[in-house]
Ligand binder design. Structure first.
Ligand code: UT7
Length: 326
């Protein structure tokens, strides 16, 4: 069976930094609450003229440069987002001409915070089946436009950003060893946007009732998150015939530093081996894993041959694990 490799990773974060102290000025919240409960100090907010596909395109260009490939080498574009430019067409289609990929297949996937790992897994299958040589997987989010800026239970958590990877049939490292995906739609209403789809089309009433924003039952999600991410990791390791000790780095979805601490304890991975950058970006959904990954690479933390566990959890509910040998 052919192999699939991560050939390059790219990221983009908007310029504007919004700190917890900025939130204090407009909302009944405090730096202390946000930092203690989540580990977040600041997040990025996109400029008014930017849209999600702009953020994604910047990250995609960075990933192609890191991989040493040009648009002509790309066979497929996959965009994972929960904050699309429009419901129709896909954000991947908006992004495609910005990248010079006209004519190439392009589609979105909707798996919320697990979107990047879902995207890598789909790309892995196209590459291993011999259908594609290079797949561009982008996780791009502009959550600042999907949240109610007066709802403190969610708005202080979220941020904007994008990350991308080139998944390739050839590579001298970055081999995808395996992946596992899960979803459980019975929990859909723990994190969702009630209106704007066929369940509740847009009307004056839906706008007045603020039903076009994300809404979340945070503490219920919290309990499920740790167990789901630990379970999916164990499943994947078992499938690969490996033990917890086989993980050199955990690169998790950055939802809450307390979730990550519990996960590290459960998986018996030392805290220094968990890549954490939630402090500076908040929760960027599908962009969070590549943003953390690229940062750890730039800091020289990750060595050739290290085994990287990408593990995610988010709306859907969705959760997943991907193991990569760098
Ligand atoms: O991205 C993937 C999906 N997301 C997650 O997995 C998120 C998982 N959940 C979490 O990270 C945490 O549950 C939160 C950070 C969302 C909330 O932390 P918590 O410790 O579970 O707090 P809570 O919701 O139980 O609220 C505790 C208190 C409440 O006050 P009372 O009722 O105890 O008086 C809230 O009203 O904190 C209050 N509160 C706030 N206070 C200041 C909630 N949000 C804020 C806020 N600032 N922003």
């Amino acid at each position: 069976m052919a192999e699939a490799y991560i050939k390059g990773i790219g990221t983009y974060a908007p310029q504007r930094v919004m700190t917890n102290f900025d939130w204090e000025k407009v909302l009944d919240t405090s730096n202390e609450w946000i930092l203690q409960r989540t580990g977040i100090r600041e997040r990025r907010i996109a400029a008014p003229e930017e849209v999600t596909s702009d953020l994604g395109a910047q990250a995609a260009r960075d990933a192609m440069e890191a991989a040493g490939v040009s648009p002509g080498d790309i066979d497929l574009l996959i965009c994972a987002t929960a904050s699309p430019d429009t419901l129709l067409p896909s954000t991947a289609c908006w992004m495609q001409p910005k990248l010079g990929l006209e004519g190439k297949p392009a589609f979105d996937i909707s798996a919320a915070c697990s979107g990047f790992a879902y995207g890598l897994t789909i790309a892995e299958q196209f590459v291993k089946a011999g259908k594609c040589n290079n797949v561009l997987v982008v996780g791009a989010e502009m959550l600042s436009r999907m949240m109610d800026w007066e709802d403190r239970s969610i708005c202080v958590l979220l941020g904007d950003g994008a990350g991308a990877a080139v998944v390739s049939s050839e590579g001298d490292g970055g081999r995808i060893l395996g992946s596992r995906l899960h979803a459980d739609g019975t929990y859909a209403e723990l994190l969702w946007m009630p209106a704007g789809g066929t369940r509740m089309p847009a009307s004056h009433e839906t706008v007045e009732k603020k039903l076009h924003y994300y809404t979340m039952k945070g503490n219920e999600l919290f309990k499920i998150a740790v167990k789901s991410m630990a379970d999916v990791t164990r499943e994947l390791l078992e499938e690969l015939g490996m033990e917890d000790e086989g993980i050199d780095w955990i690169i998790p979805h950055q939802a809450n530093v307390r979730i990550l601490q519990s996960l590290a304890r459960r998986l018996r991975v030392p805290w220094e081996r968990v890549v954490v950058n939630i402090e500076r970006y908040g929760n960027t959904s599908a962009a969070s894993v590549p943003l953390a990954w690229k940062e750890a690479l730039s800091q020289g933390k990750i060595q050739r041959g290290d085994r990287l566990l990408l593990v995610t959890f988010g709306g859907g509910l969705t959760w997943s694990a991907v193991l990569v040998e760098w």
